[in-house]
Design a protein around this ligand. Sequence first.
Ligand SMILES: Cc1cc2nc3c(=O)[nH]c(=O)nc-3n(C[C@H](O)[C@H](O)[C@H](O)COP(=O)(O)O)c2cc1C
Length: 337
Amino acid sequence: MISVEKRKQEHIEICLRKDVNFTKTNGFEKYDFVHNALCDFDFSDIDLSCEFFGKQLKAPIVISSITGGCEEAERINLNLATAAQKLGIAMSCGSQKAMIKNPECAYTYGIRSVAPDILYLGNIGLDYLKNHENFARVKLALKSIGGDGIFVHLNLAQELSQREGERDFAGSYDDLADFVKFMDEPVLVKEVGAGISSFVAKRLEKAGVAAIDVAGAGGTSWTKVEGFRQKDGSVGRRFGEWGIPTADCLVDCLKSVQTPLIASGGIYDGITACKALAMGASLIGVAGPLLRCANESTETVQKFLENYILEMKICMMLVGCRRLEDLREKNVDILKR
Ligand SMILES: Cc1cc2nc3c(=O)[nH]c(=O)nc-3n(C[C@H](O)[C@H](O)[C@H](O)COP(=O)(O)O)c2cc1C
């Protein structure tokens, strides 16, 4: 088994079997909705639909980047994608570096047979874009999976927790800006659980990215994952709680940039999702819990998401908001710190 494939498999196994969640919270508990006891609409009229990059979503949810490139990835991605198609939400795949390095595993990213209509986003690490000859390879890989856009992930803390991790990030900003110019498709940027600060968000906006997923602390900790995976995992363990809580990222980035923001990192229920939307997030991302569901079946994924969407709708009714726009417009009146 080649090393990228082995690493992908280990990531799945560790995330399924070990406690890789942050001890610190995502920060949303500091905010509370104001209950609205007098509501003037029918529950069935609540509308969570929205548009993102030209595609209509039935709910503002994206299944965050999880996997691709190892045997289990095919089953997991198909389980996720089947549910995403049924529920009309978006999905992203794991890093496509594995399929570029080993085209034989490209099939593990293929979801269009079960999800022809969803917004499907590819994924690549910024370190892979250091060599600009890789731009064309990434574009081709995105095309081959029927991707509508691509996430570039920034995972500095994770890389530094790996013995074999990347160390040379010289010129990263220029690599990203050049990649954005090179691609015709939207280029989005995400963290993997350590969060995006307002300072970084401003630089990303300047580089021209189409959206930013703050992917903050409070859910899966990738330094903890590496703490389990490495032979000597002391660095990963030491930095296991490293990162900006998701709510803090969101509040700070919303003040600093106009670029659409995706909120993710420990947003595991519909009430927290609505708080992030009321603050101004365009979309909510979830990874960790969906991996565990997808490891079981597509029905389990669907059930988790249906429940999540139900919680969102109940929350919307309890704050008197029928549409997502109402949540955003009324935010200062309905969400208190
Ligand atoms: C098994 C697994 C593999 C992941 N692989 C990737 C990846 O290849 N690229 C990426 O950008 N993020 C990856 N992530 C990170 C997630 O997209 C997400 O940012 C992070 O887990 C925090 O979100 P959560 O708290 O909802 O899990 C992975 C997550 C999981 C659980």
